[in-house]
Ligand binder design. Structure first.
Ligand SMILES: [Zn+2]
Length: 238
């Protein structure tokens, strides 16, 4: 954000040097809009309200399926891109690496089929006069894409560095037995990836809670690997 502010200041200075007085109200308004737009759909709640409106609009036939697909596709692409950038800022640093660009692009592509299917299901529900509730119930799953993409990126970054990840129990009051058994296990990022064990990611067939209410994390750590970590993870999961 600082670089955005810097470049705006430089532009205004430059305009003044040419004795052009920038219309400051317009500048402020457009900057505020840019910042708001940048952050707006970042949180799950904001994404959820935007997608809820899109689902209702398609269900009520105020928008058409291609419009819905474009809008949701753009939202998802943005979430995933932001999540990978943020993970890199938190756990990496320096120039954004090619392997993360490739992984984020693959993650975005992998969503397209689901987006198309969701649009078809909404149109079918309208035609069949099925209530909208079942469709709206799927919105939170989409809204969690940001967190999932962030976690995937952290796993990749840690793996690339040859580092370890620890399963840290979330703050959900009741934990499923799988998450409780995984709690505190430190294994190489490559091992977690090879076993394909991740928190959240509902519907998650590796953990008893299905990932629905899970807020556990795989957190990068300097701690030593748990003895027999790979086998212990295998024993813990379903
Ligand atoms: Zn959990």
């Amino acid at each position: 954000m600082q670089s955005l502010v810097d470049s705006i200041s430089r532009t205004i200075d430059w305009l003044y040097r040419w004795e052009i007085v920038p219309p400051i109200d317009t500048v402020v308004a457009s900057v505020e809009l840019a910042i708001k737009d940048f952050h707006y759909y970042k949180t799950a709640e904001q994404f959820e309200s935007r997608l809820t409106n899109l689902v209702k609009a398609l269900y009520n036939d105020t928008i058409k399926a291609p419009e819905f697909v474009d809008a949701l596709g753009a939202l998802i692409a943005r979430q995933i891109t932001l999540a990978y950038r943020e993970a890199w800022n938190d756990e990496g640093g320096g120039q954004f690496p090619d392997y993360l660009t490739a992984a984020s692009e693959a993650a975005i592509l992998a969503q397209f089929d689901f987006v198309d299917q969701f649009a078809r299901d909404i149109v079918d529900a309208r035609i069949d006069k099925t209530p909208i509730d079942g469709l709206l119930a799927r919105v939170p799953l989409w809204a969690n894409r940001y967190n999932e993409a962030y976690n995937d990126a952290v796993m990749l970054i840690t793996k690339e560095a040859g580092g370890n990840l620890e399963w840290v129990l979330g703050e959900t009051e009741q934990h499923c037995s799988t998450c409780a058994n995984l709690n505190g296990i430190v294994a190489r990022a490559s091992e977690w990836e090879a076993l394909n064990v991740k928190p959240q990611n509902a519907p998650n067939d590796k953990i008893e809670c299905g990932g629905w209410r899970c807020d556990c994390t795989l957190t990068p750590t300097d701690k030593r690997r748990t003895p027999g970590a790979y086998g212990r993870i295998e024993e813990a999961i379903l």
